[in-house]
Design a binder for this molecule. Structure first.
Ligand code: SF4
Length: 421
């Protein structure tokens, strides 16, 4: 921003104020070219601090090139979701290097959240909105916290949802700038040809729009350029947008109550299990199930668990361990204990995984059970040394057996390991 222009106070603007500001900017820049819109927006006090957000996809090089011509020191945010094509990562490095971009910021999802919610990298197959929220929306929201506006490469021709796209839009607590809103595919191609810009290598293989690898397929001749994105799913956008200062994550969930989820078979829990749990036989499903690699089964440990804090010097074959326990206090118990159950008070509390790893390192070879984790954490639990997970009946109703089984193939779904390999 030029030093002779005082910036407006943009922080805390209401959505109505942002809408007014966007309307004013659209009126002021109506007849400007994409280059002029972007160039002036970078220095317009009513726009504020601006970052370019780039996917380094099929057409990203246009805006990246424009920015490098205007000021290559401007911040460029690149969302590395952990699910991108290897070709995109190579292309990103090549383009940033060629254009001399000096403030490239690689934004990654929070690894703790990924470990808790998508350790095996299969969330995209079950819930694309949740996956985009985890890997794109939240990281970008955090990365944009210090900016008043962000530049995107969205264009009207790309889809019906973008048909009325303006140069400037209110987007939660900041502005979104779309310099290429009015460009056609020919404009994009001409710009790249005229400036001899490198193409993303997947474009030549039939990918006119490129996102994460699991959610992008090639497009057949005559198809919409974005037809390969989330093919077969009712989803067109990754959900990177904000409404009234709140993150919005794509289409609204179904409201008709329909579900494809399998219901829990009551006969997995026996009357004996119900009796052990102190409830009547017809309340068996209100106790719990045991999830293992082969699916749900009824409880088969019929003795009581002793609380670690109450043990004193007495021996115990079944021990309940709280999440704040020091595994070293169990050293004298490892030979006598046939089953150790570790509590997880919430799915975001990962201390139990550390306890399990330590117990295995200390030589415990007995049965190790987690209580309180969710299906998305099953792979993490198994990798940490747990044999099984105790699943409360209410959780089993929300996350039926097939959802746990999907994670039970945990060795085959280590997406990041495959990438590294
Ligand atoms: S595009 Fe697919 S893999 Fe990428 S964040 Fe969204 S759902 Fe996940």
């Amino acid at each position: 921003m030029p030093h002779d222009q005082a910036p407006m106070d943009l922080a805390g603007a209401t959505s109505a104020e942002l809408a007014d500001r966007a309307a004013g900017l659209n009126a002021a820049y109506r007849n400007h070219s994409a280059f002029a819109v972007m160039s002036r927006a970078l220095d317009d006090p009513s726009v504020g601090q601006v970052a370019l957000v780039s996917s380094f996809g099929a057409e990203s090089v246009v805006l990246l090139h424009m920015l490098s011509v205007m000021d290559r020191r401007r911040p460029v945010l690149f969302l590395e979701t952990g699910m991108l094509f290897a070709e995109t990562l190579d292309y990103q490095r090549d383009v940033a290097d060629r254009l001399g971009l000096t403030d490239l910021r690689v934004i990654r999802p929070d690894q703790g959240a990924v470990a808790a919610l998508d350790l095996d990298g299969t969330l995209n197959a079950r819930d694309t909105d949740a996956c985009c929220a985890l890997r794109k929306v939240r990281p970008l929201e955090a990365a944009l916290a210090s900016f008043d506006a962000w530049i995107t490469g969205r264009k009207r021709f790309q889809s019906g949802t973008r048909a009325a796209l303006e140069f400037f839009e209110p987007d939660g607590s900041r502005l979104k700038i779309n310099p290429l809103a009015c460009w056609t595919p020919d404009d994009v191609r001409d710009y790249m040809d005229n400036n001899r810009l490198p193409r993303h290598p997947l474009v030549a293989k039939g990918f006119p729009s490129i996102g994460c690898a699991p959610c992008t397929t090639a497009v057949r001749p005559g198809e919409d350029p974005r037809a390969g994105r989330w093919r077969g799913k009712a989803k067109e956008e990754c959900g990177i947008h904000f409404v009234n200062g709140r993150m919005v994550r794509g289409p609204a969930p179904k409201t008709d109550g329909t579900t494809t989820e399998k219901t829990v078979a009551k006969d997995l829990v026996t009357e004996e299990d119900a009796a052990l749990a102190g409830g009547p036989a017809d309340a068996a499903a209100a106790t719990h199930l045991i999830a293992r690699d082969d699916g749900f089964s009824a409880e088969d440990w019929h003795g009581p668990f002793d609380a670690l804090a109450d043990l004193g010097g007495a021996p115990s074959v079944a021990v309940d361990v709280p999440p704040d326990a020091d595994p070293a206090t169990l050293a004298a118990r490892l030979d006598e204990a046939r089953i150790i159950r570790v509590d997880f008070p919430s799915f975001s509390d990962g201390r139990g995984f550390t306890i399990a790893r330590r117990l295995r390192e200390m030589g415990y070879t007995g049965r190790l059970r987690a209580r309180g984790v969710i299906a998305d954490q099953y792979a993490m639990a198994r990798r940490s040394g747990f044999d099984e997970v105790e699943v409360a009946a209410d959780l089993a109703a929300r996350q039926p057996e097939d959802q746990w089984l999907a994670r039970a193939r945990w060795r085959a779904h280590d997406y990041q390991a495959r990438l590294r390999g």
